[in-house]
Design a protein around this ligand. Structure first.
Ligand SMILES: [Zn+2]
Length: 182
């Protein structure tokens, strides 16, 4: 941040009185501009044992596969955000089941929340930010071409949980962007 969104003056990074970490503060009007993590909502949607993946048409990770997910908008609920992102990216109308993963992605200040979902009919297509949408059997998941470590982790958990027949909520702390080999 360079300029104050309130008065347009230059901001500087300093620890405000009574605070314990640096914040952007305006040198003229004194306003403190707090920055906090953003929430990403999405779906791990399944149709007859196959998982819906999207190949990204945008950076970052253009050309790599991901689950439909994106930034939550003001004024919507987490469920609404997950449904909207799935509709936008995969043109798919899913039924949300349980919340499945909550990942704190510390190094980019994001919290990603993925729902398990059912895709009742195999109706889907590539949305504007997607090159291709496809249903994958477990054996065909493109592990080496996944876009994000959170997606890789969620898929690994899902297939393991499916073998056990139980889908508990998983709470993850992600510290790096490197994809974990399975
Ligand atoms: Zn200002």
């Amino acid at each position: 941040m360079n300029y104050c969104s309130h008065c347009g003056s230059v901001v500087s990074l300093r620890v405000p009185d009574g605070d314990n970490r640096p914040r952007y503060g305006c040198d003229r009007c004194g306003r403190i501009h707090y920055q906090n993590p953003r929430i990403i909502a999405g779906c791990l949607a399944v149709h007859e044992e196959r998982v819906l993946l999207c190949r990204r048409a945008i950076e970052p990770r253009l050309g790599r596969w991901t689950l439909p997910a994106g930034f939550m908008e003001n004024g919507e609920s987490l469920r609404e955000a997950a449904l909207r992102e799935t509709l936008e990216e995969a043109c798919a109308r899913v039924q949300l089941e349980s919340l499945y993963t909550i990942s704190s992605i510390r190094h980019i200040n994001q919290v990603q929340m993925l729902f398990l979902a059912t895709l009742p009919t195999p109706n889907f297509a590539a949305g504007e930010e997607t090159l291709e949408a496809r249903l994958f059997e477990e054996a065909d998941i493109p592990w080496e071409a996944l876009a994000f470590s959170t997606i890789s982790k969620a898929l690994q958990l899902y297939f393991n949980d499916r073998r056990r027949g139980t889908f508990p909520l998983h709470h993850l702390d992600i510290d790096g962007e490197l994809l974990q080999p399975r």
